[in-house]
Design a protein around this ligand. Structure first.
Ligand code: IPD
Ligand code: CA
Ligand code: CA
Length: 261
């Protein structure tokens, strides 16, 4: 089985489980992490354990970096080949059913760059896959970023994230918020980023993401013709210890970069 076949299988199976978990979300136990709004559900843990086991069986020896259960440590050798997993991105949306806006994200990273990435959006039954140099697909159909070039008419996702980041978003993102045609904040990095890849959205900004939040979507956006960088415009190395992410089609990326800085 190739890595790509593996990725598609793992995410398709995970999506089936997530749909079942979502129906049973009120029964799932919750553990608090660093504060009252930072928690993990038994659903997140089930999906992480499932994919961890699949990787160990199919690619023994491959390292996994994942959000939960102590797997969140960055590799000592930052160029090492490893899988990067967010078992559920958008845990709040998943847990409360506010809107079924969440996804499962898995990437294969080499030398700090994703070479394969996939995001399952279980509640709309979509699978987005990208392979370095090959393109990006949603359910087998090629996807492309939008060609909108005016920020004044663009739909931009400003991910407000947790309270600690909010002031930073407001200060740093001030000019974008006051210029963009429309602003969204859906509470799932993978949903916001994949919307840029498919052209449903035009841009995405987050001041403080972790590698598992964006590793797969970064590749999906770039293979769809978009540009992804740090907030100062520099190229992303997944394990460079930096957190900001700016993604958009190339024209809007340049304009947003100007406004951010
Ligand atoms: C969160 C989501 C959210 C973003 C947070 C992330 P989680 O991931 O992607 O949109 O603003 O910074 O932590 O915790 O739901 O996996
Ligand atoms: Ca996440
Ligand atoms: Ca998560």
């Amino acid at each position: 089985m190739t890595e790509r076949e593996f990725l598609e299988r793992a995410l398709t199976d995970a999506a089936v489980q997530v749909r079942d978990l979502y129906r049973r979300r009120h029964e799932l136990s919750i553990q608090h992490k660093q504060g009252p709004t930072d928690f993990v559900t038994a659903g997140d843990l089930q999906i992480q354990q499932y994919i961890e086991k699949l990787i160990a069986e199919s690619f023994p020896g491959d390292r996994l970096v994942a959000e939960e259960q102590g797997l969140d440590r960055m590799p000592d050798d930052r160029d090492q080949r490893c899988w990067v997993l967010d078992p559920i991105d958008g845990t709040h949306n998943f847990a409360v059913g506010l809107m079924p806006t969440f996804g499962v994200s898995l990437a294969l990273v080499e030398a700090g760059r994703p070479i394969l990435g996939g995001v399952a959006l279980p509640m709309i039954d979509q699978l987005l896959i990208a392979e370095q140099g090959q393109g990006a697909w949603r359910d087998g159909q090629r996807v492309h970023v939008s060609d909108h070039d005016l920020l004044e008419q663009a739909k931009i996702e400003i991910d407000f994230s947790r309270l600690a980041n909010r002031r930073l978003v407001l200060t740093r993102g001030h000019d974008i918020i006051n210029t963009a045609g429309q602003i969204r904040s859906q509470g799932s990095a993978v949903v916001g980023l994949c919307a840029v890849a498919t052209g449903d959205g035009d841009g995405y900004v987050h001041p403080s993401l972790k590698p598992w939040d964006y590793a797969a979507s970064l590749l999906i956006v770039t293979e769809a013709g978009g540009k992804v960088s740090r907030l100062d415009g520099t190229e992303v190395h997944i394990f460079d210890g930096l957190n900001g992410i700016l993604a958009a089609n190339p024209t809007l990326h340049a304009r947003m970069l100007e406004l951010l800085n």
